[in-house]
Write a protein that binds this ligand. Sequence first.
Ligand code: 3NM
Length: 523
Amino acid sequence: MGKPKVDYSLYLVTDSTPAILGNRQLAHVVEEALRGGVTVVQLREKTADTADMISTARELHGITQKYNVPLLINDRVDVALAVGCEGVHIGQDDMELSAARKLLGPDAIIGVTVSTVEQALRACKGGADYLGIGTVYATPTKTNTKDIIGTAGVREILGKIAETGFDIPTVCIGGINGSNLQRIIFQSGAAKKGLDGVALVSAIMAAPDPEGAARELLGLVKSPPAFGVDMGQPVVVQEQVAQAPSIIRAVHDATPLSHNMTNIVVQNFAANVALAIGASPIMAGYGEEAPDLCKLGGALVINMGSVDPAGLANYLKALRAYNQAGRPVVFDPVGAGATSIRRDAVKTIMANGYLDVIKGNEGEIRTVFGDSQAQQRGVDSSSTLDESEKARLVLALAAREKNVVVMTGKTDFVSDGQFVFAIDNGHEYLGLVTGTGCTLGTAISAAIASRKADRLTAVIAATLHFEIAAELAAERPEVRGPGTFLPAFLDELYRIRQATASNELSWLRRAKVRTVDFPEDYP
Ligand code: 3NM
C-alpha cells in the first residue's frame, strides 16, 4: 500500500467535552467539518474507556474514508491498531516513537507533539511523519500545556529543522482561529521552512457551523495574508536617503489618511504634524469606525499612551480591520515597561494582530521584545544599552515579528530584520517637548501609507523629514527654547515638504544615515 500522501493544511483535533461539543454528536460535527475541507482528523479522547473509544474511532474512520482524509488517534496506538486507521499522534508523555513505529509498521502515519528544538530534532531523527508544534498560544481547550512558545518558538523550531536538513511536514497548535491564523503562519515561517498547516480544536469543533468554519479557515490557510505588504527590498544607504524625497512627495500628493488612536496629551500636536507633512489626520479612538476608515487608503497608529480596558478593546477592533484590509499599522507601545497593565496590553495587542512598524524608545522596545527587567520610570526614555546592543535588539525584534522596528533616541535605530540603519539626526529640543516620539509615529504612518517604497525606506524617510525639520527649527534665530521651538518645528516640517514638492532638496544634505554592521560571528 505504502504511506498515504497527506495534506496537512487544515488539521482537526476532536474534543467531545460538553464545553466544546455541547449536545451535538461528535461524528456529525466531524462530517460537517470534512465537508468544509478539513484535511486530517485526529481523534482525541482523554477519558473514554477503550471499548467506547474503539467504537467512536470506527465510526469516524468510516466517515473520514469517504472524504479520503486520514484518521489519526491521539496517544492510543492500541485503538489505531484495532480500527486499522491511518496512524497516531503522540505527545512527549505518550508511548515513545520507536515503540509506536514497531507496533504500527512503516506505512502508518505517526505525528509527534514538540515544543522545543531538541524534541523536534529527536522526532525527526526517530522517523516521525509530521510534527505538531505548540503550544502557540494559551488556550482554554487544553490547560495543562507546558510551554507557550508563541510564533517565535515555532519559527525557531522550523529554522533548525531546515538547517539540519530534515524535510518534514509541520502544523502548529494552540489558540489558533480565523483571526490569527494568517499572522501565525506568516510570523512562524523561517527562511527555508514554513508551516504546512494549522491544527485546531475549538475554532471548528465549537463553531455553530463547523462546515462553514472549516471552509473559511481552509481559505485563510491557502491564501496569502492581506497585511505585511511591502514594496521590494531595501539595499544601500545612498538609496535609502535618495528615496526620501519621492516618499515625502507621495504624501504631499496623495494626502493619505493617518488614523490615530492616540493619547490625550498629543492628539492636537499629532494632527498638526500630520497636516504639516501633507497627510490627513483623524483622531478616532472608537474601534467600530475602523472598518470604514481602513478602506480609505491610509494607515493606523495605535499609541498606547493612555491605555485602559475600553481603549484596548478599541485598538484590537481597529487592528483587525486594518489587517484584513491590508493597510499598514504603526504601534507605539508608550510606557510599555512602566506597569504590569501596560506589559499585558503589549502582549494582548501583539497576539491579536500584525504590526507593520513598532516604534518606541529603548525601554519600550526592550519590553516589547520580552525583557522583564526593562522597568521604566513613567513614559520617559532612558538608556542603558550600547550602540551595538541596541542595533541587535531592533534587528532581533524585527526578524521575530517580520516587520520594521524603530528605536528612537539620540541615535535612532531602524531595522527590517535584515538590515539595521542608524540615524544621527534630530535635536535635543525634541526631548524637551511632549509628544515628539508619538508624532513621529504619525509621520511614519503617512509615509508607509504612501506605498511608495518598502516599509524600511519609508520609515527612514519619515524620520529624516521629522528630525531634519527639528534641526532647522532649532537653528532659527527666534527659537530660544522648547516653547518657541514647537511652532518653528511645525513650520519646518511644512517647509521641507513644500521644498521637496518643488524638487528643492538641500535639506537632505543634512541626512546622517549609516548602516550598522555586525561582527562575522553574529548572531
Ligand atoms: N494540543 P484550540 S494545544 C490538543 O500544545 C492540543 O500540544 C496542544 O485547542 C499542544 O485549537 C491543544 O481550541 C488544544 O486552542 C488546542
